[in-house]
Design a binder for this molecule. Structure first.
Ligand code: CMP
Length: 136
């Protein structure tokens, strides 16, 4: 069935000039862009977006990275979009992600891994509410 998922194209992707490459992969797959904005995350939004991670040891440097410059936030929709996007993105650690995925092809880092994507219907609803309240 048709789902929506929240994607962040992270600051490393903007610094590296990879926004078009990444958006193109989503578009060529057949996903629909329902909303999109260029925005810089502030500390409060980082803490809300990553509520599940704020206590983890990797969170302080993750927060510094995610607030370090503009990112592109978007909502993608399509059949099984949540899982489809996660397959396209690949596993968290770019050093281990499968070739053919965005992270596997383009990232060599566990933190600067180019893209965030919602991992479940619950997180998708929560994250779309945070970034695009007008869509909810
Ligand atoms: P993301 O999908 O945005 O969800 C949480 C983010 O935390 C993840 O991508 C990485 O950017 C980062 N992350 C997760 N685990 C680690 C880790 N062990 N070390 C550093 N960064 C991590």
């Amino acid at each position: 069935s048709v789902e929506r998922t929240l994607v962040l194209i992270k600051p490393d992707a903007l610094r590296r000039g990879l926004v078009g490459e990444i958006l193109g992969r989503f578009e060529r797959k057949g996903l629909t862009i329902d909303a999109m904005v260029l925005r810089t995350m502030d500390a409060a939004l980082a803490d809300r977006h990553y509520a599940d991670h704020v206590e983890k040891p990797f969170y302080p440097p993750l927060k510094d990275f995610m607030t370090s410059g503009p990112l592109v936030a978007l909502v993608l929709s399509g059949d099984s979009a949540i899982d489809v996007v996660r397959v396209l993105v690949g596993s968290t650690d770019g050093r281990k992600a499968a070739a053919g995925t965005i992270r596997g092809d383009l990232s060599l880092s566990n933190r600067e891994n180019l893209v965030h994507a919602s991992d479940s219907p619950e997180s998708s609803a929560r994250e779309i509410g945070l970034w695009f309240p007008e869509l909810v």
